[in-house]
Design a protein around this ligand. Structure first.
Ligand SMILES: Cc1cc2nc3c(=O)[nH]c(=O)nc-3n(C[C@H](O)[C@H](O)[C@H](O)COP(=O)(O)OP(=O)(O)OC[C@H]3O[C@@H](n4cnc5c(N)ncnc54)[C@H](O)[C@@H]3O)c2cc1C
Length: 614
């Protein structure tokens, strides 16, 4: 059986299985214990929950906090804000549900030891903006992970989950998951009554700006490999708004965040000639999106749009005017600390490029697109809403349950709910967990059964790339190149190139159209055929292989959705060259897709957007 013939199969039984121990997964694990005192709660994570996920490096602000105790904002205000930013299309029931609970989550973080900044005059949390509060957040993730660790029956670190398992007797019911230990190679079979997917968003599906030696540098965490989409898609869960990829305006080369600069330091942007440029593009933008351009605050995508137009007109680069603010020593400190607690790489880039923001206004640029459900975008799974608030059409079972029975999600996984960020993702994990516990309690004796045939078949598929490499390496022609296999890095670069050139990445200035998208789908299909020939030299490369599989699933979904929505709803995120205007008459709706694993076909449909809040 070769190098890994001695690997073990480890069976784990759980009432609730949480996949991914990031912000949402930690929230789900913590809350599962609260409602399910006697349940077996298992969290499985491909890294180590201590420092995993998008918050691994720490954060400098919690971006979603209402401040209801001080009457600062109400949940309805947050729904209006997110709806405005997403050009009208959000699941208001889900957003409201998070907003009404998020403050309680933040108070817990403080109780658990997260140092919060306070306004010396009022004693309230220090606001960075209307929704953001400032923290000393380098250790944000370890603090949150500790709560999850104490709540879980077991946390399995270093297990990459590759597939979900379905119940052998009841179609459309989840029964667990399989994966492998990225250090020992052991095969893990998790049997569970309910599964909560909280496996983060997707970077590296579009070609990044940083290539070659800088390839690992992306804005969203490079290890966010789209598992949260791939796992549900493969078992037929409906997805929504997958076309709604996000493009970020960030400091050039280091992707350093700009929020604290705009909101707290009151810096602003100008073109390469020192001119204000956003107003210049007002009429142009209005012609595309109508009144949405008059909304306040201006939606994030439209601000990107003005930047892109200005650069395309030959008046780049766009710069952040820091020189004024940085004359104030307090603001200068805040500006640097903002990176040190969150994106230290930006400080290093500036140091290496002789940029002192006190004397030079640093450049901004737009990132490659990412797919996620928790930031200023809302791609993800189509989920049932809260009983007391969701319209009937959005309710088919338990809160945050997908269209597959027993399969729940939170954070980047769940679509339609932008602007939840770290605190909202943890909160959504809690909401999903409460519902999952109820699902398990209600289940009685009809628990799901996994099929031995299914997991043994999957085991073969999962480890096949090691075998492909072992055999194929005999034909190596140079370095690691062999005609018989494809290495994960080559597959990844091929995927990124297809997505970049056909689905609206940086090379085409985020432009695509129906012809390009159809060709992109053909090329993705060819890549899928070749995935059977992936070769993995070791367990690390095996993980890379399965991350590539997951990225490919997410990419196919994004491409189908982008093709389906025949309008340009979010200029600045992407453009449909054949439908360059926002079209509220036909497309003020959600897009839904479902992959049928029996036929290999994708079905797309529209779902209504209900405006519950005035
Ligand atoms: C650069 C950046 C800056 C941000 N700034 C802020 C900010 O200032 N304030 C704020 O509030 N929010 C901020 N956010 C947003 C916040 O980090 C996310 O909203 C939040 O982390 C999403 O939570 P999640 O649980 O869905 O994903 P994550 O926290 O990323 O967790 C996903 C987890 O799943 C694991 N996983 C993935 N695939 C698998 C698999 N196949 N098997 C097992 N485990 C798997 C990952 O290792 C990870 O631990 C920022 C995000 C980024 C990337």
């Amino acid at each position: 059986m070769g190098l890994f013939g001695g690997r073990k199969t480890v069976f784990v039984d759980a009432d609730i299985l949480v996949i991914g121990g990031g912000m949402a997964g930690c929230g789900a694990t913590y809350e599962s214990r609260y409602w399910g005192r006697d349940l077996k709660i298992v969290c499985v994570e491909k890294a180590n929950i201590e420092r995993s996920g998008a918050v691994a490096q720490g954060l400098y602000a919690i971006n979603c906090y209402m401040g209801m105790q001080w009457g600062e904002n109400q949940p309805e205000d947050h729904v209006r804000y997110a709806r405005n930013d997403l050009m009208g299309l959000v699941r208001e029931d889900l957003g409201y549900d998070i907003a009404r609970h998020v403050d309680g989550t933040v108070h817990k973080f403080e109780e658990w030891g997260l140092p919060m900044m306070r306004d010396p005059k009022t004693g309230r949390y220090q606001r960075e903006g209307k929704w953001q509060i400032m923290i000393h957040g380098e250790s944000y993730k370890p603090i949150v992970a500790e709560a999850a660790r104490k709540a879980a029956t077991e946390v399995y670190n270093r297990i990459m989950v590759t597939h979900l398992l379905m119940d052998k007797s009841k179609a459309n019911r989840v029964a667990g998951a399989v994966g492998f230990n990225v250090r020992t190679g052991d095969f893990h079979v998790f049997r569970a009554k309910a599964v909560i997917v909280a496996a983060g968003g997707a970077s590296h599906i579009f070609k990044p700006r940083a290539v070659g030696e800088g390839m690992g540098r992306t804005w969203y965490a490079p290890w966010s490999s789209g598992s949260c989409y791939a796992l549900p898609i493969q078992v037929g869960a409906k997805m929504t708004q997958m076309e709604n990829r996000i493009v970020l305006t960030r400091f050039k080369d280091g992707y350093g965040p700009v929020g604290a600069y705009f909101l707290h330091l009151k810096t602003y942007t100008q073109n390469g000639y020192g001119e204000e440029y956003e107003k210049r593009w007002y009429e142009d933008t209005k012609a595309m999106v109508g009144d949405y351009v008059d909304h306040h605050p201006v939606p994030t995508c439209l601000r990107n749009h003005a930047l892109l137009k200005e650069v395309a007109a030959g008046r780049g680069p766009i710069r952040m005017v820091t020189m004024e603010a940085f004359q104030d020593p307090h603001k200068e400190t805040v500006g640097w600390e903002n990176f040190l607690g969150m994106t230290i790489g930006q400080a290093v880039v500036w140091a290496s490029q002789n940029i002192d923001p006190k004397h030079i206004n640093p450049e901004l640029t737009t990132s490659e697109p990412y797919v996620m459900g928790s930031h200023a975008t809302c791609s993800g799974a189509w989920a049932s809403g809260p009983e007391d608030y969701a319209p009937a059409e959005y309710q088919w079972g338990y809160n945050r349950m997908m269209t597959v029975d027993g399969l729940f999600g939170a954070g980047d996984t769940i679509g339609g709910t932008a602007h939840k960020f770290s605190s909202g993702s943890f909160t959504e994990g809690r909401i999903a967990a409460k519902a999952a516990v109820k699902y398990v309690m209600d289940m009685g004796k009809t628990q799901p059964q996994v099929s031995e045939q299914e997991y043994r078949d999957l085991e073969k598929v999962i480890y096949q790339p090691l075998e492909n490499y072992r055999v194929g390496r005999n034909e190596i022609v140079a370095g690691t190149v062999s005609p018989s296999y494809l290495l994960p890095i080559h597959g990844l670069q091929r995927l990124e190139k297809i997505m970049d050139e056909y689905v609206g990445g940086i090379s085409t200035n985020y432009m695509t159209n129906g012809v390009l998208l159809n060709r992109g789908l053909e090329l993705l299909g060819m890549l899928r055929e070749d995935m059977a020939h992936m070769g993995a030299e070791d367990l690390h490369q095996l993980q890379r292989t399965w991350e590539l599989h997951h990225r490919l699933w997410a990419s196919e979904s994004v491409t189908h959705h982008t093709l389906f929505r025949e309008e340009t709803r979010w200029p600045g995120y992407y453009y449909r060259g054949d439908h360059m205007k926002l079209d509220d008459e036909n497309w003020h709706c959600f897009t839904l897709s479902r992959y049928d694993r029996n036929t290999g076909k994708w079905d797309l449909e529209k779902a209504p957007v209900y405006h519950i809040i005035d």
